[in-house]
Design a protein around this ligand. Structure first.
Ligand SMILES: [Zn+2]
Length: 620
């Protein structure tokens, strides 16, 4: 058993060099961790995700985004990625600096340039993105890249890395995630020992408990950036480390950073304490509440995540499913979300926000079986992340979606920001977000071109989905099986679905309960070659930005937001918008006729350089 006591943490962290630290820590964890360990977990949800390699995305924009990110990070030079870690460990550090947030810059002080903001912050996310991409594809060069990065990172691990470091918990949390994924998804057996060393290195730099930003500002600080650490997101990965190793020290550390006092307790009581908080990190913290619920079993943490997500959806969100203008949650009833349309271009922190949103939806869907979480994921997918511009070679990244009245799609001025780290993670997660399973069968959560392979009651099955959804209003599945098998196929019927939504099997209408906002359950004996088709009745609706701005409305086709392109200030009515039409079936181009001519609309993914507008001001 690998007792990982506080004393060992401290003695490990006191080691003079990273090399000594890593090798000593590896000795502490030398026995076969995860195999002999007794892991006690309170809750095992009936609904589970599939393994990454069971779902293949087929040709389409999601597959293209995933492939682009996978190839991008496979190409990235190891020396450059390791440079700040080697520099701060006093080692030789060949290779060019990455630039942007990733470098060391002693002049950084939280104002002015963000060069050198958080050295090496996103290393763990790039490692995680690669490990997940390996798990999806089985690509040997990707697995080898993960192995090399872990091997070369190990000797750099040292507590001195975090001396005078602005956001130690922030960077450690991402490093932790990357090493966990290297172990569990890319089969790197050394990664858990490196994880132990990295944990030992950061512990002396962490506060006694999770601190809100307000609490951090109240403490003495050399500059403002010392107040931005995110200790409240730590428990998720620490609980995952506990689950992999059985080491109770991880569980204790996770428990220490559960932010009950100011966040989860009031959320669990139904108090909306989101306003004023930093948006992405507080949504990401919902996932810490969920791991806490799963491991420790306190229903309060499930309530906190459910209530928090409901406050997010109902009081902080745009029609796109994005949230948090200027990365801040707003006071409901203040009209600040609507006001942001003219004040801000930083409307939704897209790769990070979508990543955190997908993750909490997977947890909540698994625990509750409530399909409306899937509706919310679909909203965020089509209207935000799928329209993110690709990373550029120099680290220039897509960061904010812009919902200003005069909006453009652009890149963030700082290279290698947070969103360059979550982007390869979320695109690798597209597959596992699309289907779920329980003992009785499968859940189809997303209607995307994809192939699922699984076993059910001893049968080997594959389900191939062909969809140009949501641009075409239907999706089709073909089942292949090596024997007839009885199982449940659950299909998410979006809450907005109209009464003409219809299901057919092998070309014949099939009478099933297609209640909107639920999973339709089709349990039958399935045969190889069975074809399932779902036709959606998709309504056009108008969604006001907030109750204080009832005339600022977004045009929605089901879950798809339609953005006016090259907008003018010509008068437009609700009736004009609700008569908008798609130029042809499956087209990304829409138009509405107004008194002075026509208005063109497109979904976010189809917008290039043109000016666009999400919310139209209607005259009636
Ligand atoms: Zn970000």
């Amino acid at each position: 058993m690998n007792a990982f006591t506080r004393r060992q943490f401290l003695s490990l962290s006191a080691a003079a060099t990273g090399a000594t630290l890593a090798s000593r820590s590896m000795k502490v964890f030398a026995s076969p961790v995860g195999k002999s360990a007794k892991i006690s977990v309170a809750i095992t949800p009936a609904i589970r995700t599939f393994s990454y390699n069971q779902i293949e995305l087929l040709e389409g924009p999601m597959r293209r985004q995933f492939d682009t990110n996978h190839e991008f990070f496979l190409r990235l030079d190891e020396d450059r990625l390791l440079k700040p870690f080697r520099q701060l460990a006093g080692m030789k550090a060949p290779g060019e600096e990455m630039g942007g947030w990733y470098d060391i810059d002693p002049a950084f002080n939280g104002s002015g340039s963000f060069h050198g903001f958080i050295p090496g912050h996103s290393f763990g996310q790039y490692l995680s993105g690669l490990a997940r991409a390996y798990a999806v594809t089985g690509s040997k060069p990707t697995q080898e890249k993960v192995r090399l990065l872990v091997q070369q990172f190990a000797p750099t691990v040292c507590s001195a890395f975090y001396d005078n470091y602005h956001l130690p918990a922030y960077t450690y949390d991402k490093t932790s995630c990357g090493l966990i994924d290297a172990y569990r998804l890319a089969g790197d057996e050394t990664a858990l020992a490196v994880h132990a060393a990295a944990t030992a290195a950061v512990v002396p730099h962490l506060p006694e408990k999770a601190l809100s930003r307000r609490e951090q500002y109240a403490l003495p600080h050399k500059d403002e950036a010392y107040c931005w650490d995110e200790t409240y997101t730590l428990p998720e990965n620490l609980f995952l480390a506990y689950r992999l190793t059985g080491n109770p020290r991880y569980r204790e550390l996770a428990t220490r950073f559960i932010e009950d006092d100011l966040y989860f307790d009031p959320l669990a009581r139904g108090e909306n304490v989101l306003p004023g908080e930093h948006a992405y990190s507080h949504v990401n913290a919902f996932s810490s509440a969920m791991q806490s619920y799963l491991v420790l079993g306190n229903a309060k943490h499930l309530r906190a995540a459910q209530n928090g997500f409901e406050f997010l959806r109902s009081t902080q969100s745009f029609a796109t499913g994005g949230w948090g203008p200027d990365e801040l949650f707003r006071v409901p009833g203040s009209g600040e979300i609507g006001a942001s349309l003219s004040k801000s271009h930083a409307s939704f922190e897209t790769p990070c926000g979508a990543y955190g949103h997908f993750k909490i939806v997977r947890y909540l869907l698994a625990v509750t079986g409530d399909s409306r979480y899937g509706d919310s994921m679909e909203n965020v997918l089509y209207n935000t992340i799928l329209g993110a511009k690709p990373l550029q070679e120099d680290g220039t990244s897509f960061y904010y979606s812009d919902y200003n009245m005069h909006a453009h799609k652009g890149y963030h001025p700082d290279k290698w920001p947070c969103c360059s780290g979550t982007f390869p993670q979320i695109t690798a997660d597209y597959g596992i977000s699309s289907y779920f399973h329980d003992d009785d069968g499968v859940y189809v959560n997303l209607y995307v071109p994809s192939r699922l392979k699984w076993q059910q009651h001893g049968a080997n099955l594959s389900l191939t989905q062909s969809a140009d959804y949501p641009h075409a209003a239907h999706t089709e599945f073909e089942l292949k099986s090596d024997r007839d098998t009885t199982f449940a196929m659950r299909l998410r019927i979006p809450a907005w679905a109209g009464p003409k939504t219809a299901l057919s099997i092998n070309g014949k209408p099939f009478n099933a309960d297609l209640t909107p906002g639920r999973f339709a359950n089709v349990t039958r004996t399935w045969k190889s070659g069975d074809r399932i088709a779902l036709e959606f009745d998709i309504p056009l609706t108008l969604q006001p930005v907030d109750p204080q701005h009832p005339k600022m409305v977004a045009l929605q086709h089901g879950s798809l937001s339609l953005f006016a392109v090259n907008p003018t200030d010509a008068p437009v009515t609700r009736a004009n918008l609700l008569r908008a039409s798609q130029l042809s079936a499956g087209s990304l181009d829409w138009e509405a006729v107004i008194d002075t001519g026509k208005m063109a609309f497109k979904p976010f993914q189809a917008i290039g350089k043109e000016q666009y507008r999400l919310y139209q001001e209607v005259s009636d």
